[in-house]
Design a protein. Structure first.
Length: 365
């Protein structure tokens, strides 16, 4: 899915979905971020509506909200929530003041608590914006991504991507209002957010500690951690032997192919997760077939998204040893019979795809 969107009159518009976190990816279509909506055209308004966005969180200073109103603010379709951050978006004088201004935004527990609770409880999808969509919007986007478990390199890359997306605005400001903004506000610097994060963690140690310190409950913190979709990542494989595919008959009654959740012991290696699950469930060691990898996603419950990374492999010699707590029985079936037996369409599709791939390798095609 797309992360960045082009609009006629709105800059720096993007989705917080698609970032790798511990057990998968952040969900698309939950929280969007952008620069001001003041110059949105009728086509832009229609595009925002097609994204399903009805809630707009405006983080601009009160003065900016009073001065002008655009088409989005005038449209009764949208729910506009006005919440200003600490510092009212003041312009920093230099690097040190810029870092301080970011920390200043987070140093007001009342305003931050109100903003986070609004993001948590408002109807989704939600669009959060300020003037440029870089600083105030950027710091709260970074906070949400940190709580979701996204690595800092990805968070910093998201922050830095505002600069090229604001290229036209930067040119316009330098031309029409020279000297209005210091270069710290207009020039990309990969160390900037890192310094903010370092000083923040020196004080609070973890982002969860910070949320607790500003008065959020344990349930609220947990909900914020799962705000961008509770993603669970699993890995599995289609296991081949002598032209046949291994199918499990699970204790719950369905027929499946082996897969399981990512664990810390896998060291972040997806094939290691698949191999461990095959060993635990079936007692088999395997050799992976190079070049085959595919993915499926499904939602077993509302708000839960599961992503499965699939491989193909050959079983090494050895007896089947079933994990009796989960697996009732297991069968070696032809690919066609496996597709007929498997309970879920995703599994059937993966077996079909892997079988064609494996047959191609075997025949040299």
């Amino acid at each position: 899915m797309a992360r960045n969107y082009k609009f006629e009159g709105i800059e720096n518009f993007r989705d917080l979905g698609g970032y790798e976190c511990r057990y998968g990816e952040t969900s698309f279509g939950v929280v969007y971020r952008s620069a001001t909506l003041l110059d949105a055209t009728p086509a832009d308004v229609g595009k925002i509506k097609r994204l399903g966005i009805k809630t707009i969180l405006d983080l601009r200073e009160k003065r900016a909200k009073r001065e002008e109103v655009g088409l989005v603010e005038k449209d009764p379709y949208f729910t506009i929530i006005d919440l200003s951050v600490n510092g009212e978006g003041r312009v920093p004088e230099d690097w040190e003041d810029g870092v301080g201004s970011y920390l200043e935004m987070l140093d007001d527990p009342v305003s931050v608590r109100k903003i986070l609770r609004t993001i948590l409880h408002a109807d989704k999808p939600l669009l959060m914006h300020c003037n440029a969509g870089k600083d105030r919007t950027g710091i709260f986007s970074a906070l949400l991504l940190e709580l979701a478990g996204v690595d800092f390199a990805s968070i910093n890359a998201d922050f830095m991507s505002s600069f090229p997306l604001l290229e036209q605005a930067t040119i316009r400001i330098r031309k029409e209002r020279p000297g209005f903004l210091p270069e710290i506000c207009l020039t990309p610097n990969i160390a900037y957010l890192r310094e903010v994060r370092t000083r923040f963690l020196e004080k609070y140690h973890t982002f969860e500690n910070y949320c607790e310190a500003i008065g959020l409950s344990e349930d609220e913190i947990c909900s914020l951690q799962n705000l961008l979709g509770k993603q669970e990542k699993s890995c599995g494989a289609v296991v081949f032997k002598d032209g046949k595919v291994l199918v499990e008959h699970m204790k719950l009654g369905h027929y499946s192919i082996p897969k399981g959740h990512v664990e810390d012991c896998d060291g972040g290696v997806e094939e290691a997760t698949a191999a461990r699950e095959i060993k635990e469930e079936l007692g088999l060691d395997v050799t992976f077939i190079p070049g085959f990898k595919t993915a499926t996603t499904y939602s077993p419950f509302p708000g839960i998204l599961k992503k499965v990374i699939w491989f193909a492999c050959y079983a090494k010699e050895g007896p089947l040893t079933l994990q009796k707590e989960e697996v009732q029985d297991a069968y070696w079936l032809s690919p066609a019979d496996a597709v007929r037996v498997l309970s879920h369409q995703d599994d059937r599709d993966v077996v079909t795809k892997a079988s064609f791939f494996e047959a191609g390798i075997e025949t040299g095609n």
